[in-house]
Design a protein around this ligand. Structure first.
Ligand SMILES: [Zn+2]
Length: 142
C-alpha cells in the first residue's frame, strides 16, 4: 500500500526540519497572543504592568539579555517569552501564573526566577533561565 505522506520525505539531516519546527512554534505563539484578550479584560483592576527580565543561557556562548516591557490595559495579557536556544522544544518562560497570583493578592512588586523546561538536543537540564521583576499598578478603588 502506498503511503503518500512518506513519499519524498527525505529531508537532509540538518536545518530544514528545525527551521520548520521553529516557524510552526512562532506561528503558534502568534496565535496564542492574538487569542489572548486585552489586559483590561483579564485584569480590569490593573492599570499597568512593568516586567523586566534577564535572560541567561548555558553553553559555549552564554547569552545575557535584558528586556523590559510595559503593558497597558489595551495590550494583550500575554506573558510568555520564548526560549532562545535553537531547537528547544516546548520551552519558554510563562509568567502568566506569577502575574495572576500577584493580581489576586494585589501585590505591587514581585521577583523570581524561571527555568526553561524545554527539551533540546545539545543542552541538558537547566539550559536557560529568566530572572524577572514585576511591577503592577492598580486602579484606585473608588
Ligand atoms: Zn529552552
Amino acid at each position: 500500500m502506498r503511503v503518500p505522506l512518506l513519499q519524498g520525505d527525505s529531508f537532509p539531516e540538518g536545518e530544514l526540519p528545525h527551521k520548520q519546527n521553529y516557524l510552526a512554534r512562532m506561528e503558534l505563539n502568534r496565535q496564542n497572543r492574538l487569542a489572548t484578550g486585552p489586559l483590561s479584560e483579564r485584569f480590569p483592576q490593573v492599570s499597568g504592568i512593568m516586567i523586566s527580565m534577564t535572560y541567561y543561557q548555558k553553553g559555549v556562548n552564554p547569552v545575557l539579555m535584558l528586556r523590559t516591557i510595559h503593558l497597558l490595559p489595551s495590550d494583550s495579557a500575554y506573558f510568555n517569552m520564548e526560549c532562545m536556544i535553537k531547537g528547544c522544544v516546548d520551552g519558554g518562560f510563562d509568567l502568566t501564573p506569577v502575574v495572576t497570583n500577584m493580581v489576586k493578592a494585589r501585590k505591587k512588586t514581585g521577583k523570581g526566577r524561571i527555568e526553561c523546561l524545554g527539551k533540546t538536543e545539545n543542552h541538558t537540564g537547566d539550559h536557560a533561565s529568566v530572572e524577572y521583576e514585576i511591577g503592577i499598578r492598580y486602579e484606585r478603588s473608588r
